[in-house]
Design a protein around this ligand. Structure first.
Ligand code: FE
Length: 364
């Protein structure tokens, strides 16, 4: 298969026009040539933080429904994300996700992002307090394939036990936390260089104790997840983060819940009741409960809010997440890499999604 006459956007090689040839799931040839491009070709998007979409929910193990819909968003790799729950429920979700991945070798479901339960009760957001707890050796023995990421609060009791998960290639991400700068630094020195939905669920920046919010802005090699829906962060905050962190330090996520893509109404997130009004999901007390953001909209918003280049957009929507997750086979448009691609029109609407060289979505 050949995609002809497109503006190719690679996070490393930049932007140029030409054709991309694929064979057996991989990009085999890139032909640079002068032409009037009929679209923008970018590496398939990666969403490492998504709870659900279109009625499908990680907590109900609706992986195939999530996968199917996410192709319409250009997403070719995602982490189904849980909320704080019992060990039994976590084991059930991991077992079913593992089964799904083994049965569907070309699935876009890379694995599971466990958001909690080892987080701060003070910054619980939309996690049910009854499930929030410190980690234990016994529990951590159960957290394995296909867990790829875990969001935790550095300051909680026994949090150091979580460092063992790094040996299982699980990426630790700090979030839902009131950690001080020093508490975060203990983990930073051990390789924790990522912050979940920055700075939602964190202490606001204080000039005498900068906390995780300050650490995220100060330390160049810490990557920040951003929910770019215009609700979780103001446009100015997105601009500020981009100015300080640049595209290299930023990762787009949706943090969307099952209500994403549906009309306003009542839904659930784990055990909690969520009401969606004007597309914004909140608990009874007004706390934001995930988002209804779709990935292609996050991409458009980030470009609109920051004025970034397309090359930078390829970093925040795909490449940076691939690097964090150790996926060196994708996130690029280069010969030899996986043919996971998204073709966009000039307004960045998804026209076609390609997964391992196969067309999995076409808008028209
Ligand atoms: Fe969260």
């Amino acid at each position: 298969m050949v995609v002809e006459k497109v503006l190719i956007v690679d996070p490393i090689d930049g932007e140029f026009t030409g054709d991309v040839e694929m064979e057996e799931g991989k990009i085999v040839k890139i032909e640079k040539r002068e032409c009037i491009p009929r679209g923008v070709l970018m590496p398939g998007f990666v969403d490492p933080h998504i709870h659900g979409v279109m009625g499908a929910d990680t907590m109900n193990c609706d992986f195939s429904e999530m996968e199917e819909f996410l192709y319409s968003q250009g997403v070719t790799t995602f982490l189904a994300t849980t909320v704080s729950t019992s060990l039994e429920k976590m084991k059930e979700i991991l077992a079913k996700a593992g089964e799904y991945i083994l049965e569907n070798p070309s699935t876009s479901l890379l694995g599971v992002h466990l958001e909690g339960p080892y987080i701060s009760k003070e910054k619980k957001g939309a996690h049910s307090e009854g499930h929030i707890r410190p980690p234990s050796e016994r529990e951590l023995r159960e957290i394995d394939f296909p867990t790829k990421m875990l969001t935790f609060a550095p300051e909680i009791e026994s949090s150091e036990l979580l460092l063992k998960l790094v040996e299982r290639d699980i990426v630790l991400s700090a979030g839902h936390s009131i950690a001080t700068f020093e508490e975060f630094m203990k983990f930073y020195k051990e390789g924790v260089k990522r912050i979940t939905h920055f700075p939602n669920g964190l202490k606001p920046l204080h000039h005498r104790e900068i906390g995780i919010t300050g650490a995220g802005l100060l330390l160049d090699d810490v990557k920040l997840e951003l929910i770019c829906d215009g609700v979780h962060l103001s446009r100015e905050m997105v601009k500020l983060v981009y100015k300080v962190k640049k595209a290299d330090g930023t990762v787009l996520v949706t943090d969307s819940i099952s209500a994403a893509g549906l009309k306003d109404g009542a839904t659930t997130l784990g055990d909690l009741v969520v009401k969606v009004k004007n597309g914004v999901p909140r608990l009874e007390d007004g706390t934001l409960a995930g988002s209804t953001l779709l990935f292609s909209q996050a991409v458009k918003n980030f470009r609109k809010f920051t004025g970034c280049s397309l090359t930078e957009l390829a970093k925040v929507s795909s490449y940076n997440s691939c690097v964090e997750l150790g996926l060196d086979d994708r996130g690029r448009i280069a010969e030899g890499t996986r043919a996971d691609l998204v073709l966009l029109d000039e307004d960045l609407n998804v026209v076609m999604t390609i997964k391992e060289g196969e067309v999995v979505f076409r808008s028209r």
